[in-house]
Design a protein around this ligand. Structure first.
Ligand code: ADP
Ligand code: MG
Ligand code: ZN
Length: 494
């Protein structure tokens, strides 16, 4: 999976832009809703009309703080907004309000879990990794250029400023990643953290989480980093991972054949499976940053941070450790359950109803999630509520139905939204564990198969399976297999 060539090392730094989940924009009261009529959600401030003044949205600061705390970052008591000057049609002011030398948060460290992957893309062994976070700052998004029609025929370009002024948190790392999978695990970690605390929807396909990967290679032992290339248009974490792999090979091949890497921005083309040059970056940008004169310094008090901290849910890693301890789950199970907060919530409710947390975890992870995946549904859309998954596990534990029957029952519960007990009753599935009833069936079978009985008693023990089969058949499959086995052993050798 990781085609790293011997003698080479990869260096990666990541920049993430996450849209903060506010209802209104960062410096005006316009709605951040998507899908509205182009330019419907605009006002003099986000249109960049002269004389209009920005006012900071408190909720954006709150969500920025939630994001920072979810990533174990410290928030600066004082930060400064700055103008980043550049011309772009979807940036009507001619500058973006961002933060520069005094950002919202800086010099953090985040611990993530990462793993190399085997040929099939499955993680080998998870290990902790420390990632240095250079900064997390607040800024506004630009609008969108929309192109329609065919080039040179009837091509029109439009500008939609609905997105202009949407609050973003930009999170930049030091060049700490040494493989595409480390980068992959980091982005997933950040995505989940932001979703978990409600700071951002963090959906890459919807574009409310955008990621840029800076990639370079160097020969092992070299002290200096190689020239980096910036990768864009990474619409999923998996695309990013593939783009990085492609880029590593391209750069190594280029250098080995005597060429050199140019500093540039390249776009990932998922269909072609390659990166392509978008623009050269040889000329360093000069954004002429300066402090935004229309906004006072952003002051965030320790009390404010304390309040945000107290309103946070139990964070994923803490919750994982608690699940392991409280329910005696293995690391892998617990890690899987905290990939999504709704999944962890579902699990704890199901475990409480099942009275058997390990079994509840197994049924949730292997059976229910498979049904959900096949139906393309998420856990909070599950037609099987957690209490019912728990009830199903209990029916199996109590020996009322077999595990195999349980799987069929779950499929029906999923399809019709019926409760576990109801499906079992409807189908007349209840398993017979009563020794008397089972003994009667065994007596019948022994009577009707005298030849096999004689052979068995003469030492042909392989015939045991034959008797199990016959008894189960006589009981129409409803015999509790464990009791049938026990009783048969006793009666056959009597
Ligand atoms: P730029 O000014 O081109 O945006 P920065 O120094 O701000 O460059 O870094 C942007 C990102 O690139 C950061 O995440 C940083 O860690 C990463 N980075 C910097 N140098 C390298 C390199 N040689 N190889 C890979 N990533 C790098
Ligand atoms: Mg950059
Ligand atoms: Zn506005």
């Amino acid at each position: 999976m990781c085609a790293m060539k011997e003698g080479w090392e990869t260096v990666i730094g990541l920049e993430i832009h996450a849209q903060l989940n506010t209802e209104s924009k960062i410096f005006c009261g316009c709605s951040t809703r998507f899908g509205d009529e182009p330019n419907a959600n605009t006002c003099p401030v986000c249109l960049g009309l002269p004389g209009a003044l920005p006012v900071l949205n408190r909720r954006a600061v709150e969500l920025g703080a939630r994001a920072a705390l979810a990533l174990s970052l410290h928030v600066n008591e004082r930060s400064i907004f700055a103008r980043k000057n550049y011309f772009y049609p979807d940036l009507p002011k001619g500058y973006q309000i961002s933060q520069y030398d005094q950002p919202f948060s800086e010099r953090g460290e985040l611990e993530i879990l990462t793993a190399e992957r085997d040929e099939g893309g499955r993680p080998r062994e998870w290990r902790p990794m420390k990632v240095r976070i250079t900064r997390l700052h607040l800024e506004e998004d630009a609008g969108k250029n929309v192109h329609e029609g065919l080039p040179d025929v009837d091509r029109y370009s439009y500008i939609d400023l609905n997105r202009a002024g949407t609050p973003l948190a930009e999170i930049v790392t030091e060049p700490d990643f040494r493989s595409s999978w480390e980068a992959y695990d980091y982005v997933n970690h950040v995505r989940r953290a932001l979703q978990w605390v409600g700071a951002s929807e963090a959906d890459m396909e919807k574009g409310n989480l955008r990621c840029e990967a800076n990639v370079s290679v160097r020969r092992i032992g070299d002290e200096k980093f190689g020239t980096k290339v910036e990768l864009k248009n990474l619409n999923s974490v998996r695309f990013m991972q593939r783009a990085i792999e492609f880029e590593i090979e391209r750069q190594i091949a280029l250098i080995e054949s005597g060429g050199r890497v140019t500093q540039e921005t390249r776009l990932w083309d998922e269909r072609a499976g390659e990166t392509r040059v978008m623009r050269s970056k040889e000329e360093a940008h000069d954004y002429r940053y300066f402090p935004e004169p229309d906004l006072p310094p952003l002051m965030v008090s320790p009390e404010f941070i304390e309040g945000v901290k107290n309103s946070l849910p139990e964070l994923p890693d803490v919750r994982r450790d608690r699940l392991m301890k409280e329910y005696e789950l293995p690391f892998g199970d617990a890690s899987h359950l905290v990939t999504d907060r709704a999944l962890a919530d579902y699990y704890e409710q199901a475990a409480a109803a099942a009275l058997n947390p390990r079994a509840a975890a197994n049924w949730l992870r292997s059976e229910l999630l498979r049904e959900l995946e096949a139906a393309n549904q998420t856990i909070d859309q599950s037609p099987v509520p957690p209490a019912e998954l728990g009830a199903l596990v209990r029916l199996i534990d109590e020996g009322k139905i077999s595990g195999k029957q349980g799987k069929e029952v779950l499929v029906e519960m999923f399809a019709n939204g019926t409760g576990a007990a109801a499906v079992v009753a409807e189908r007349g599935l209840v398993q017979v564990s009563d020794a008397g009833e089972i003994d009667a069936a065994i007596d019948e079978v022994m009577k009707s198969s005298p030849a096999q009985l004689e052979q068995y008693r003469a030492g042909k023990e392989t015939l045991f399976g034959f008797f199990v089969g016959q008894v189960m058949k006589a009981m129409k499959g409803k015999g509790n297999p464990k009791v049938v086995n026990e009783r048969l052993k006793e009666k056959l050798s009597a």
